[in-house]
Design a protein around this ligand. Sequence first.
Ligand code: UD1
Length: 331
Amino acid sequence: MAKVLATGGMGYIGSHTVIELIKKGYEVEILDNLYNSKVEVLDKIEQITGVRPKFHEADMLDSEKVDQIFAEGNFTTVIHFAGLKAVGESVEKPLEYYKTNIDGTLNILKAMKENNVKHIIFSSSATVYGDPHQDTCDESLPTGRELTNPYGKTKYMIEEILKDVAYADKDFKVTILRYFNPVGNHESGLIGEDPNGIPNNLMPIIMKVSKGEIPELSVFGDDYDTRDGSCIRDYIHVVDLANGHILAMEKSQPGVSIYNLGTGNGTTVFEMIDAFEKASGEKLPYKVVGRRAGDLPILTANAEKAEKELGWHAERNVEDAMRDTIKFLRG
Ligand code: UD1
């Protein structure tokens, strides 16, 4: 049975995946520097699963520490979530983003090589499609074109690095998962998305508005060519996303496999507000402001490849995500 190292396993998507791995009987260790997560997540994982995974509080830029963790870990598989992910911040601090995301990944790959670990699942993003000039993306589209920020470029570059690693070692199994817009949380409401600092994604902002920490949501544009004028995205429940990692891990083949993880359905910003209001019974204050630079009007996944090859599809919808989010919000 696989023994997994989850880098960034204390974060939002990482912690949900760790829970599903433990539930399926996998042994998991976590490497995380708690830059954007809290140590209490470990207690919550234990509360939900009954298992407290081994936690290494370490920075993946500390290559000596990374080597030591690998030397002692006997891992078969790495699920690599760790990295910086704030789009706006990446424009202001490009060097930090390239250093953390690229150097960090190189340290992990070097330790994998030295310890004969030949199986990695990588957290990529639909952002690698740049502006695909179409509303729905499948995995065969070219990547790396018209990327507007260093964060997105690091995701693209890491994909390319992984392809080269798999080319050089034919036993190496690389799975790249391109996430669309993760939302929701574990149905217990014990864990969820809880970023340090000011969030820039829609759901964490909605949560902060609901808590009164941000006065109102700014809707970035209501004049797009969509059914209500606001942008359309493919919001995927994080537990579905977590399960996608496990199926991808179990079905990995030597070489590179790439999958979109999304629902295939689009929801507008106004529909998200509406779904939140219905699920919470609250009014969500918002105002329409100008378009945000770099936003595409519509971006949804073609997730047929994951369905066909992994037997994976999203089982939860935006209403489920809102219900679980409210449970998390209300503690
Ligand atoms: C963004 C990033 C993308 C990254 C992804 C996950 C941009 C242009 N894209 O995607 O590279 O992979 O996050 O981290 O930043 N919205 C509002 N008001 C807000 C926030 C968002 O109206 O305060 C709207 C946006 O216009 C968008 C939708 O909500 O239509 C979702 O936004 P967001 O959560 O930031 O995700 P993406 O823009 O899809």
